[in-house]
Design a protein around this ligand. Structure first.
Ligand code: HEC
Length: 120
């Protein structure tokens, strides 16, 4: 039998390269999964934890004032007398041409709108 002594080395090399590819693809998949998990985890935490007051303090104070008294945006102290919860939810989601930016509270529009609708 005439065996080439280099064959075992070639086999090991092929196996090694294969293993390398396998591990790097597996690593990519794991990294994506970890990224998704941490993103999803944070997002659901925010939605579950933050009260409308906290969200207001974070996202609205700059334009509507710390007492809702209005700054560059109008006062919101009686906004519930002006709009229904549905209308407020629409303003929060889509903004207005008059300068209210939409999409500031993704996922929390309904909660915020119901809270604001009680301001009468
Ligand atoms: C960049 C400044 C800015 C920020 C930040 C902002 N607003 Fe406004 N908002 C405005 C302006 C300006 C208007 C008036 C828009 C108009 O008259 O069309 C307005 C209007 C509104 C209205 C309608 C009030 C009315 O009497 O017509 C509501 C409700 C409202 N904002 C809620 C919020 C909430 C809740 C937040 C935080 C998530 C927020 N806004 C963040 C600028 C802002």
């Amino acid at each position: 039998m005439n065996r080439n002594p280099i064959i075992p080395f070639v086999l090991i090399m092929v196996f090694g390269i294969g293993l390398m590819f396998f591990l790097s693809f597996k690593g990519l998949g794991d990294a994506e999964q970890i990224a998704k998990e941490s993103e999803g985890g944070e997002a659901t935490e925010e939605v579950a934890d933050a009260s409308p007051e906290e969200i207001y303090q974070q996202s609205c104070v700059a334009c509507h004032g710390d007492q809702m008294q209005g700054v560059s945006g109008p006062a919101l102290t009686d906004v519930g007398g002006k709009y229904s919860a549905e209308e407020i939810q629409d303003i929060l989601a889509n903004g207005t041409p008059g300068g209210m930016p939409g999409g500031l509270v993704p996922g929390n529009e309904e909660k915020m709108a119901q809270w604001l609708a009680e301001m009468k």
